[in-house]
Design a protein around this ligand. Sequence first.
Ligand code: PEP
Ligand code: MG
Length: 751
Amino acid sequence: MDKTRESDSRKLLGRLKAALAEDSAGQERLDRITTIISVSMGVEVCSIYLFRDADTLELCATEGLNPQAVHKTRMRIGEGLVGRVARTRRPINAADAPAAPGFRYMAETGEELFSAFLGVPIQRLGEPLGVLVVQSKQSRAFSDDEIYGMEVVAMVLAEMTELGAFIGEGAALAPLHRRAASFRGGIGQEGSAMGHVWLHEPRVVVSNPIADDPHEEMRKLDDAIETLRVSVDELLATAASADKEQTQVLEAYRMFANSRGWRRRIEEDIARGLSAAAAVEKQQTATRARMERVPDAYLRERLHDLDDLSNRLLRILTGQGRETGAEMPDDPILVASNIGPGELLEYGRRKLKAVVLEEGSVASHAAIVARAWAIPLIVHAGPITSEALNGDLVLVDGEHGIVHLRPEDAVVDSFRDKIAMEAAQQERFVSLRDKPAESPDGVRVRLMMNAGLMAELPSLESSGAEGVGLFRTELQFLTQSRVPRRGELAQMYSRVLDRAGDLQVTFRTLDVGSDKVLPYMKAQDEPNPALGWRAIRIALDKPGVMRMQVQAMIRAAAGRKLTVMFPFVAQLQEFREARQLLFREVERERRMGHILPTEIKVGAMLETPSLAFAPAQFYTEADFISIGGNDLKQFFFAADRENERVRRRYDTLNVSFLNLIEMIVRRCAEAGTPLSFCGEDAGRPVEAVVFAALGMRALSMRPASIGPVKHLIRRTNLASLRKVIDDARASGAQSVRPAVVEHLYRPNNGA
Ligand code: PEP
Ligand code: MG
C-alpha cells in the first residue's frame, strides 16, 4: 500500500474524528464533514446523499454544489450516477461524468461544471444508508487508493447512527433509531400483540470507528483473532466425534480464521485509520454485499460462514453480542433476521408475545412453531433488525401483516382498542365452546384442531375441538439435532393419545423435504424442492425412518385406536405401498407379542391434484381422506405457497378450486369415505362455511380459529349459502367471494 496515501487517509480520519466529537448541531456537523473531505482529497465538491425511504435519496449536505439544493434535490434509486451507486452498492469512478452511462443532469445543483465523479455507497452490514460523492472540475480518474480511502470514510459515516436525522427539511426529524417506523410483511400467524423488542442477535455497536493508535488496534486484532482461533479449535475438538457436516462447517471457519487475505484486508483498513472493530465490520459489510450478488448457492454458504466468523470476531473485539447483559422484557416480541425451530423453542412458549422475522416464510419451521404456540408471526418484515433496538415498543398487527416500531401515541391508543375488541370477541367464542357447530338448517360440522407439539394439546379443551384432525409429526424431528429414537417417539405419541382421551388424533407420518429440511438430513440440491423428493416419496424410497415411526405409533396406541395418514400421496399405488408398509409393521409387532391397537384407520392427505382424479379404488380403499389445501392450492394454481409475490394471487374461493373441492366431496360421498379439510383455509370463517355448504363435514384448523368458525356456521343457513355459491358460479364469476360475503354480511343473514 502507498505509504503517503495511508497517512493521508489517517489524517483525514483524524480530522473527521475531531469534527464528530464537536458539540455542534447535526446539520452543521454533516456540512463540516463534507468540507473536511473535499479539502483533504483536493476536490471541489463533496456531497452526502442519504436514503429518505427505500427508493429515494436526498442530498443532505454538500461542499461545492449549490447549497440551495440541500434537502431539495432527490433521486430515485438507480437514477443518475448517485442512484446507480446506491442500487449496485459499488463505487462508480468516472473521469468524465457527463459522458458516463446513466448520468443525469440536475440543474439545481450546478454540477454541470464538474467532470470527474467518484461515488461510494454508505452502508452498514448490508443495510444501504446513502452515497458519498466527490467531484472535481479536472477530468481525472480517481486512484484505487483514493477509492479505498473514500470507502473507509463512508464506513465511518455509516457508524454515525443518527444519520437518519439529516433527512428532510433541516435536521428536525428524530434520529434513525428513535423515530417511528412501520414494516409490512407476510402473515405467518394472525393475531395482535403489543410488547417490547427482544433482538435474537443484538447488533454489535462499534462506538469508536476511528482509532488513535493503529499499533494498538493491530494488537487488539491479533489478540481477538487468537481468541477466535482457539474457540474454533475447541469447537472442532468437541465436534470431532459428532456429525460430519458440523465438522465441515467448523473446518471452513478454521480456514477463514487462518485466511491471510481476509486478515490482510482488515489490517490495511486499520493502517488507514479505522479501529479494529470498524475494520472487521467494514469487511463484513463487503462480504454481505458480495453475498447478495453471488448466484452460486455453495459460494453463498461459504460467504455466510465468513459473515458468521466476522460476527464472532466483532463480538470478541467489542465485548458485545448475545451476552450484552440486557434483560429480557416481560412482554418480549422476538425480532430476528431468521430463526430455526430449535432456537425458537428454546425461548419457550410462555415467554414470547410475537415473532417478527426479516426473512423466513409462511411455511417455514419457525412459522409452524409460532402457529403451534398461537402467537402472531410476521415474516419478510423489511430491514427491521437494523432499525429496532432492544426494549423498543412494538405493535404486531398479524391481521394485516404490519409491524409498528416505536409507534406514535395515537397508533398505540387505537391498537389498544383493537386488542380489547379482539379479547371481547374471544370471550364470546368461549361461551360457544361446548356448543356444536351446527347450522340453523341442521347441518353438523366436526371442528378439529391441528397440532404438532405436546404443548399445544391443552388447547383441545380450551378450544372445544372435537379431536386432532392433523398431527404434524415432523416438528418432533425438526427440533432435534439427530433422528429421534423409536422409544422417544412412542412415548411422545402415547402422551398425545393420553391427553386426547376419547378424542381422535390423526397422526400424519413424517412430511419432510421441500422447505422442511431436517438439521441432520443432507439437503437435496433440487431445482424445485416443493415438487421434489419429499414426504411419502422419501418414505417409500428409504423406508427405514417411516418403519421406525409407524412402529412407534403402533406401540403408543397399544390397546386403543390408531389413526394414521400419509402426506403428499400423488397416486393410488403410493397409498397402497405405504399402507402395506404399515400393516407389515403391525404384523411384525403382533409376531413379537406386542399388544396391538384395537382399531387402525389409514387415510391419505389429498394435496396433489392428481389424487383427486385417482381411480375410484383409491376412494374406497382409503379409510378417510383429508384435503391438505395449502399444498393442493399451490399445485392447482401453480403458485408457490412460500412465494409472497404469488401466494395470494388466486383466491381459495375461485370457482375452479371450488369445482375441484366439490368433485372430491362427491367422490368421497359415493365411496362412503369420510372427508375433512386440514389446510389453513379451514380456519378462515368465510372459507369454512363455503366448504361446509359444498358438503364438507369435518374441518381441522388452528385452535384459535375454532371459535370464529363455529360462530359463523351457527349463523349460516348452508342451503341458502349453497344457492348463492351456485348462482355466482353460473354467472361466470371468477371467485364466489364477493357474492358470499355480500350474502353473509347482509343484515339478518348471519355473521
Ligand atoms: C397442507 O398442505 O394443507 C397441509 C395441511 O400440510 P402442510 O401445511 O404441513 O404441508
Ligand atoms: Mg402439505
